[in-house]
Design a protein around this ligand. Structure first.
Ligand SMILES: [Zn+2]
Ligand SMILES: [Zn+2]
Length: 277
């Protein structure tokens, strides 16, 4: 099958092991086995989401994988970057008659089938609720056989997907704090309040803004002026709290944030005050 560079991958039957096992348990006729079938179905949902994250993390970094481990949360972050990642569609191409005008002879490249965020949020939690004892009654809820059959049918359907792809219209910039390259989808950007740095060790966030067809990304920070040497450096707003310490990158003197006005004083002054008390 034709592909666009590295941004497209053919996939199929990735959930088969879990779904076959679930089906066997559902058909066993033993109601106790339905709990184990539910467990297999839950694993299949996790597999579906994590396979997507593995594919997209090549572009967006591993922060997606490790900081958003719950399937529904992880998929939410992913969809901020890839707005079509949780939608089902068929991909077709045709030669253009002229620039911008598609011809009639479309060739089908593949089907992308995915679980939507709302579907995952609802059913991942609902299936999970059968796998615990109820706190008060200390019994497990009975699983309706038909419910599990419906989930199995839905997961079999999306497992027929033969395409996972990334829409390549992106914009990139380097984080000024850690120098990591951050890439965002231009389709997702209009819906984002902030963009996060994908580096695992960096907490930088940015406010995206479009002016005359160009995207700019303002670091969510305030300027800190060193009281010792007057050097000005950015401090992330999320990291400013009363009592947090700031080290000047030039003179290495440390300051401490006091009051809710974000005024900074030299730490040595504060130490002297503490000793006098
Ligand atoms: Zn960064
Ligand atoms: Zn300084």
């Amino acid at each position: 099958m034709g592909c666009f560079g590295s941004s497209c991958l053919t996939v199929n039957k990735m959930l088969e092991t879990y779904l076959d096992q679930a089906e066997k348990l559902i058909k066993s006729g033993d109601t106790r086995q339905l709990y184990y079938a539910a467990f297999e179905l839950r694993l299949a949902i996790e597999k579906h989401v994590y396979e997507k994250l593995t594919f997209f993390s090549k572009r967006y970094g591993e922060k997606l994988l490790y900081e958003n481990w719950q399937p529904n949360k992880a998929l939410k972050v992913l969809c901020q970057l890839e707005p079509y990642a949780d939608q089902s569609y068929t991909l077709s191409v045709a030669h253009e008659k002229e620039i911008g005008v598609p011809g009639n002879n479309f060739i089908e490249l593949g089907h992308h089938k995915a679980l939507s965020i709302s579907w995952i949020s609802k059913h991942y939690n609902k299936i999970g609720s059968y796998l615990h004892l109820q706190a008060k009654s200390q019994i497990q809820l009975e699983i309706p056989l038909q419910y599990l059959q419906e989930i199995l049918f839905e997961l079999r359907n999306i497992d027929e997907s033969d395409l996972i792809m990334s829409f390549p219209d992106t914009v990139s910039f380097n984080c000024p704090l850690c120098k990591t390259q951050i890439t965002c989808s231009t389709l997702a950007l209009p819906h984002l309040e902030k963009v996060i740095c994908i580096s695992m060790n960096c907490n930088a966030t940015f406010i995206p803004k479009k002016t005359e067809e160009r995207w700019s990304f303002k670091l969510n920070a305030v300027d800190f002026e060193c009281p010792e040497c007057s050097n000005i450096q950015p401090i992330l707003i999320d990291e400013i709290q009363i009592g947090s310490r700031i080290t000047c990158t030039i003179c290495k003197k440390r300051s401490i944030v006091v009051g809710n006005t974000w005024r900074t004083v030299k730490e040595s002054i504060n130490k002297e005050l503490n000793m006098m008390r």
